[in-house]
Design a protein around this ligand. Structure first.
Ligand code: CAA
Length: 259
């Protein structure tokens, strides 16, 4: 598929890199862009050679939110009947390999929500996160009121969502929204380094780890622990478990074959 609003490439033959590319609109997320993003993520997810993905934007903006110009004239009937604006975001939730968000500049509204749909966020020191929808007379519509409190707790989620203020990278790291903060010129090196490392591990155990952590947000503790135990035991049926443990015992580097 030819893409117009995103750029797609691979790194080291094993990491899929997707760059949002609507620079004049600060990567505002319209339906066409989200369709392309969903398609690119799905294609990498299905590609045997790819072990991890990195999603990024420009230095100035990861994404400044859903496209306000495109939404401005919608009525309730329009958005409700057509399930507009966030309908095609669900594709991201179905991706089974890890997706790292490498965030520089603005990650606002849908941009912050998109970053939170990824598995973890590495931020540049110029990153700014926020849910400013309240200023537009709406509320977050792509999971922000649900994922933000899970990431940063109720107090900060309420503060950000009710005031619409932005949070810088240092505050976002303290709050637990981002896993690392690096200088802006090191952002892609850092994200690609993590993605390449993840790609070399057993794909089966990487996917199982992602699935099990995500389960923590959908289930009670006892159910979640049982889910983890079933996956943990199942991994003893893989060749990669034999390889990983044999490599450790014999003091050599493991070579996983992803099976
Ligand atoms: N949608 C459409 N266009 C956008 C946009 C958006 N979300 N954000 C920025 N743009 C456009 C601007 O209109 C402007 O276009 P023109 O040059 O044609 O005028 C261009 O991008 C550059 O923006 P600014 O001139 O405003 O740049 P700035 O540096 O002065 O400010 C900013 C940057 C603080 C991010 C500001 O652009 C801004 O506040 N943007 C809107 C952020 C926002 O409200 N996001 C939430 C959207 S609603 C949503 O996301 C719903 C949901 O939950 C799914």
């Amino acid at each position: 598929m030819a893409y117009e609003l995103i750029e797609v490439r691979t790194e080291g033959g094993k990491v899929g890199v997707i760059t949002l590319n609507r620079p004049k609109q600060l990567n505002a997320l319209n339906d066409a862009l989200m369709d392309e993003l969903g398609a690119a993520l799905k294609a990498f997810d299905a590609d045997e050679a790819i072990g991890c993905m990195v999603l990024t934007g420009s230095e100035k903006a990861f994404a400044a939110g859903a496209d306000i110009g495109a939404m401005a004239s919608y009525s309730f009937a329009d958005v409700y009947k057509g399930d507009y604006i966030t309908r095609n975001w669900e594709a991201i939730r179905a991706i089974r390999k890890p997706v790292i968000a490498a965030v520089s500049g603005f990650a606002l509204g849908g941009g912050c929500e998109l970053a939170m749909m990824c598995d973890f966020i590495i931020a540049a020191d110029n990153a700014k996160f926020g849910q400013p929808e309240i200023k537009l007379g709406i509320i977050p519509g792509a999971g922000g009121t649900q994922r933000l409190p899970r990431a940063v707790g109720k107090a900060k989620a309420m503060d950000l969502t009710l005031t619409g203020r932005m949070m810088d990278a240092a505050e976002a790291e303290r709050a637990g929204l981002v896993s690392r903060v690096v200088p802006v010129d090191k952002l892609m090196d850092e994200a690609l380094g993590a993605a390449l490392m993840i790609s070399d591990y057993s794909r089966v155990s990487v996917m199982a780890a992602k699935e099990s952590i995500n389960r923590a947000f959908e289930s009670g503790l006892a159910d979640g622990v049982m889910f983890e135990r079933r996956l943990f035991h199942a991994l003893f049926a893989t060749e990669d478990q034999k390889e990983g443990m044999d490599a450790f015992v014999n003091k050599r580097k493991a070579r996983f074959r992803h099976q």
